[in-house]
Design a protein. Structure first.
Length: 249
């Protein structure tokens, strides 16, 4: 046994304190009991290297085990508190593609057999303070924002009318619109003025144009409810993928 202890003390550079020596001695004894092999002094380097790898593996296993424990607890908490519901696939005349694992969804429909309407909506991408009574606002209460891009094509043509909107909790606001041709686009195409710079009557007419195609305040309400559910779904999916990777051998 003494032949084993002397090389160990040399390779591990034990501290002179009795507590450090006691800790390492206990580990050495434990290893010897598990693998009762006594190495000759000339082979102590091989044993020390094996011991270091063993200790590193134990530490890595403990570290990964802690991450897995925290991930499992978080997943269980989210599922127990308010589990996500199955995403809907229809909203009015629109079909809804949830785009699992991505930060956006797609809605599509046809309008009067001549137009195809495609809507791309992000998950929550910004927020502003919610107005309070008296005009004041508080950073604790916010209005979440969803960027919504409406694509309208006609008769199978290659031109696309793109309308960039903001979906707030109960309203749709048009930010900008422009026509994108099917040919090669200029490097910096002119995308029109800011929507609010347009004549008021023109603004109202463009809102009516969208509302006739189902892009209205009810859509904004739907998108916010949908994204709340998707936000939770994607969070749980993300944790599951991280957990699966760490568990992989």
């Amino acid at each position: 046994m003494a032949r084993l202890i002397r090389p160990l003390r040399k390779c591990l550079q034990f501290s002179s304190s009795s507590s450090s020596f006691s800790s390492h001695k206990s580990l050495t004894t434990q290893l010897h009991l598990q693998n009762p092999i006594v190495f000759p002094p000339e082979n102590h380097y091989v044993f020390c290297k094996t011991l270091r790898h063993y200790i590193a593996d134990m530490r890595r296993s403990a570290f990964e085990g802690n991450i897995l424990r925290l991930l499992r607890n978080e997943i269980r908490y989210e599922l127990d508190r308010s589990p996500p519901s199955q995403p809907v696939t229809k909203f009015g005349a629109f079909t809804v593609d949830e785009r699992p694992g991505e930060q956006w969804i797609r809605l599509e429909r046809e309008y009067e057999e001549r137009e195809k309407i495609k809507i791309e909506a992000t998950m929550f991408d910004q927020s502003i303070p919610a107005p309070k009574s008296g005009g004041s606002s508080s950073g604790k209460d916010v209005l979440l924002h969803i960027t919504t891009i409406v694509h309208i094509t006609k008769g199978g043509g290659s031109d696309v009318l793109k309308i960039i909107c903001s979906a707030w909790p109960d309203s749709i606001e048009i930010d900008r619109l422009f026509l994108r041709g099917g040919e090669i686009m200029p490097a910096q195409p002119y995308a029109g003025p800011d929507f609010k710079e347009l004549d008021d009557d023109l603004q109202n007419s463009l809102y009516e144009y969208l509302e006739a195609r189902g892009v209205d305040d009810q859509l904004a309400v739907f998108l916010h409810e949908y994204m709340k559910n998707k936000d939770k779904t994607e969070f749980i999916r993300w944790m599951e993928t991280i957990k699966a990777f760490i568990e992989m051998k």
